[in-house]
Design a protein around this ligand. Structure first.
Ligand SMILES: [Cu+2]
Length: 412
């Protein structure tokens, strides 16, 4: 066989496709195996068995179709040899397949919308989330109408105007009116959608702060592969950080020289009061992660070396959501939505939305992060100064701490 024949040969082509598919899957498998090397061994036997099973089924179907095709070819050739007209009306077959594809496809769309549609997230649990849902729904309605209309036209025309010996194609090269309609209508629709998106974005990211309803600051730091949550303490301000101060006991590199840091608290879960604005201060210690709170329609990258900020107001408590979804185990969560490494799947934490009173009780129980070890590191007095009048203080540092302690006492 000459090289040219070898390259154009169908069997060679089929083998090449199979080889490429196999090479790709095994490359992915190797990568996954490398990533999972540290993780406990997972028995992949069943998975490989099922891959081989479906490959065999696929090959069997291909062989079956090829046999049918060859049989039809033989039938047609024998009719041709006998001088009879071709037995199968291929134009009719193809047109009917188009019509069938349209019907099955539309049923598939209906199935997707009802079966998978009911698995979508529940209604947004935040103020801005409602606007995002409205935009999502409007976009979905418009694109669905266009999708169904264009597909009925596409496959319907292929069926209705299939080849017929009795009919001659009508030459129709251009129509300005149609051109205008299908340019202006999509332009208008897209303008409305883009403007809505722009205004919604602005309303979410450019908020005017209400001095009577200041947002609760919470700092969230991502790293491979966990989240750290820092609350601001009584002063309501999350203190400064500096990566150069990172040590085994001060893993976030909190700068305790900054007075705002001294009363900061670390939490294992995010607890937020319902109806109050929350200002998330996001950053990362290593790679880019993505802070994702699907029920609140919040998602923003956490980037090493910079802060990103997202402000939102939760509108439903966890308990309310448990009632609404009829699931007593329902939990709000936040995740990492950026594939950041082998432990990415495990990056999630609970979010509990509670009443204002429950929040106050919870926050009062949280301990400050600054402990004796850290005090030594930062040359701060080890025994915390008890709340006493500022006049009796000795050094400036303890002075401010005492003032702060008094403020805390007053706040309570
Ligand atoms: Cu991540």
């Amino acid at each position: 066989m000459s090289l040219r024949k070898f390259i154009t040969n169908k069997t060679t082509a089929a083998l090449a496709v199979l080889l490429t598919v196999f090479a790709n899957t095994s490359a992915f498998a190797q990568e996954a195996a490398a990533g999972a090397a540290a993780a406990p061994k997972v028995d992949m036997g069943e998975v490989y068995k099922s891959v081989i099973f479906y490959t065999l089924i696929f090959l069997a179907v291909c062989v079956f179709i090829a046999i049918i095709g060859k049989a039809i070819k033989v039938y047609e050739l024998s009719r041709e040899a006998q001088g009879k007209p071709i037995g199968i009306n291929w134009n009719g077959v193809h047109a009917s397949l188009f019509a069938l594809f349209l019907v099955l496809g539309l049923y598939g769309v209906y199935w997707e919308y009802t079966v998978h549609g009911s698995m979508l997230l529940p209604d947004a649990a935040s103020e801005h989330g409602k606007k995002i849902d409205e935009m999502f729904n409007l976009t979905l309605i418009i694109t669905t109408i266009v999708f169904i209309a264009t597909h009925i036209l596409l496959f319907g025309f292929a069926y209705i105007y299939k080849y017929s010996a009795k009919r001659k194609a009508y030459y129709y090269p251009h129509n300005n009116t149609i051109e205008k309609i299908w340019t202006i209508v999509p332009a208008l629709v897209l303008t409305v959608l883009v403007l809505m998106g722009f205004l919604t974005w602005r309303s979410i990211f450019f908020k005017v702060e209400d001095p009577n309803n200041k947002p609760l600051q919470i700092e969230v730091t991502s790293e491979q592969f966990k989240w750290s949550i820092r609350y601001p303490g009584a002063d309501g301000i999350v203190g400064k950080k500096n990566y150069k101060l990172t040590t085994a006991s001060n893993t976030l590199g909190i700068d305790f020289k900054d007075l705002n840091s001294r009363d900061d608290e670390m939490a294992d879960e995010m607890v937020i009061p319902v109806g109050k604005p929350v200002k998330l201060i996001l950053n990362s210690k290593d790679v880019i992660h993505s802070f994702y709170m699907p029920h609140f329609r919040v998602q923003l990258n956490t980037v090493p070396g910079m802060q990103t900020i997202f402000e939102f107001t939760p509108t439903k408590t966890t308990r309310q959501m448990q009632e609404e979804t009829n699931d007593p185990n329902f939990k709000f969560l936040f995740y990492c939505a950026k594939i950041c490494g082998s432990g990415h799947y495990n990056m999630q934490k609970d979010v509990r939305v509670v009443s204002e009173a429950e929040y106050k009780t919870w926050i009062a129980e949280q301990k400050t992060y600054l402990n004796d070890d850290l005090r030594k590191q930062f040359n701060l007095p080890v025994a915390p100064a008890p709340a006493k009048p500022a006049a009796e203080g000795d050094s400036s540092a303890t002075d401010s701490a005492a003032v702060k302690g008094n403020q805390m006492a007053l706040n309570k």
